[in-house]
Design a protein around this ligand. Structure first.
Ligand SMILES: Cc1cc2nc3c(=O)[nH]c(=O)nc-3n(C[C@H](O)[C@H](O)[C@H](O)COP(=O)(O)OP(=O)(O)OC[C@H]3O[C@@H](n4cnc5c(N)ncnc54)[C@H](O)[C@@H]3O)c2cc1C
Length: 485
């Protein structure tokens, strides 16, 4: 179980006064009230995608401009009030989990697309624009924004930047960090800064690199300049079904080793195949122990050439079946199951924990075997679905949240998987961030000295540890927790 810091009593005692002050700073205008303080209306903000943890905040503020964000941060800084930035709240690691004495700053009203520049292949958008909203805006002109988290219908670009989110198509195009050009941000002291711009690189330190994946700990991002890319002539997906997870893992290793970079290379094991098929009726073979979805793109000739090579590689691993989509509709049917995988597993288990570790692809067969053994050891079912091409695992550990013992075992099972990822040369998180979920495992990955330097960076931006404290750093090394205890 995750421990949250005790609320600062001096802040709690001034609750009504703070809410009144925030209402003056952010009046709301035509969109209606922008400060929420009533307990019932705070309920939707008490958790995020890691719904096992809940904590209503002191208040929620919904600014519409960078200047309003700056005014709220200046006020919170002056008054020692903790702040939790929030996009759509889809974080799976508890990154947007509130604290009782904290003000949540929700960016959802900052949802305008400010500029699209096709000549320079970029778009400037506010932090609350959804990931899919960017692609939808430019698709008619033959462009797209590449990183595509499965939550792309809801999650926002500000959240994507702060989690350095990835998705199925990041194997070819890279994650959020590889698709950003500039950021506008507000520090805890209320200063408005701009880093990067419409050009490829910037002089001096790599601020973009530092801020991307910083999990709301360094600043609030209000605007993002993203790269947009020309869409390929066409895509086609292929399904390869295998007799064992380790065999499929070896096929992934062979594909990557061959030098072919498909646009996407996704993996599902048997429990996941069955859950997805029952949910999406995608035509997945139910006798398979493991399934790969492989997508290529380009002209029809390029697609045929790549799919031919991929079929040859997969054939070396004695597949049960190899099915190449012949039309865009058949490709979409193949993807429908995968895109709905988390929801599909939610139908067969009351609760699940979605883990997120990354490993070298050559370790896939070994790691999948060990996850299977751990599943038996902990007596909990696991469904594996993941971005196999870049070794980003998402084991879904099924448990019953009404049974505390089952939850305890699920957390211990998840921690063992992440420790295994580090042991084989990988890392604790591929794309879901550390949040509260992996906070106490950070010293498995980093030495005390490495964590000390990371804390110093956080302290340089936020000396009083007011911005999203109690996350990312382990309990004993987290001034955000110690100050309050
Ligand atoms: C069904 C499902 C599928 C998912 N699939 C994927 C996937 O394929 N790939 C992937 O990478 N993730 C995935 N996720 C996780 C999640 O969607 C991503 O982490 C996403 O980027 C979070 O965006 P959000 O707008 O919901 O941010 P939130 O959850 O609201 O916040 C995420 C973190 O960013 C901070 N933050 C948010 N906005 C700002 C801002 N403007 N300035 C400063 N800090 C901010 C928050 O404090 C928090 O620490 C999935 C989640 C779900 C529920």
């Amino acid at each position: 179980m995750i421990r949250l810091p005790e609320p600062k009593q001096a802040v709690m005692a001034r609750r009504e006064e703070i809410i009144a002050d925030l209402r003056r700073l952010v009046p709301g205008g035509p969109l209606g009230e922008a400060v929420i303080g009533e307990p019932l209306r705070l309920k939707p903000y008490e958790t995020d995608g890691l719904s096992a943890y809940r904590q209503p905040p002191l208040a929620v503020v919904l600014p519409q401009t960078t200047e309003e964000v700056a005014a709220v941060l200046r006020y919170c800084h002056r008054n020692g009030i903790r702040v939790i930035p929030r996009g759509a709240g889809t974080s799976l690691s508890g990154g947007a989990l509130p604290l009782a004495d904290a003000v949540v700053i929700g960016l959802m009203r900052m949802n305008r697309i400010l500029e699209v520049d096709y000549e320079n292949r970029l778009a400037v958008v506010e932090a609350g624009v959804t990931n899919l909203g960017i692609t939808n805006h430019v698709a008619g002109d033959g462009f797209f924004y590449a990183p595509d988290p499965s939550s792309q219908l809801a999650c926002m670009i500000g959240g994507n930047v702060n989690m350095n989110s990835g998705g199925a198509h990041c194997l070819k195009y890279g994650v959020t960090a590889n698709n950003l050009l500039g950021l506008k941000l507000v520090t805890i002291e209320g200063e408005i800064l701009e880093v990067g711009g419409s050009h490829l690189d910037a002089a001096g330190y790599d601020w973009m690199g530092l801020l991307t994946g910083s999990e709301g700990q360094l600043a609030i991002i209000t605007e993002v300049t993203v790269r947009i890319l020309r869409a390929a002539e066409g895509q086609r997906a292929m399904l390869a079904a295998f007799k064992g997870t380790e065999i499929a893992g070896a096929a992934v290793d062979a594909i990557i080793g061959s030098g072919i970079i498909p646009v996407a290379l996704e993996f599902m094991d048997k429990p996941c195949i069955h859950a997805c098929e029952a949910f999406a009726h995608a035509g997945y073979p139910l006798d398979a122990e493991a399934l790969l979805i492989i997508e290529v793109e380009g002209s029809t000739e390029e697609q045929d050439m790549l799919l031919g090579k991929l079929k040859d590689i997969c054939s070396r691993f004695d597949p049960i079946s190899l099915k190449v989509a012949q039309t865009a509709e058949e490709s979409m049917a193949i993807w429908k199951g995968r895109k709905g995988a988390f929801g599909a597993v939610g139908r067969i288990s009351p609760d699940y924990l979605c883990m997120d570790g990354t490993i070298p692809t050559s370790e896939l067969p070994h790691v999948l075997k060990r996850i299977g053994e751990m599943s038996t050891q902990y007596g909990l079912q696991v469904a594996n679905v993941f971005h196999a091409g870049d070794g980003n695992l998402h084991p879904l550990i099924m448990f019953d949240a009404n049974d505390p013992e089952s939850f305890r075992r699920a957390e211990a099972f998840g921690a063992d998987i992440l420790k295994l990822c580090v042991e084989v040369g990988g890392c604790l998180t591929g794309e879901h961030g550390v949040g509260v979920e992996k906070r106490d495992l950070m010293n498995v990955q980093f030495t005390r000295d490495e964590l000390r330097l990371q804390r110093a960076i956080k302290g340089a931006f936020d000396p009083d540890w007011l911005l999203n404290p109690a996350k990312v750093f382990p309990l004993e090394d987290n001034p955000g927790l110690q100050q309050a205890a």
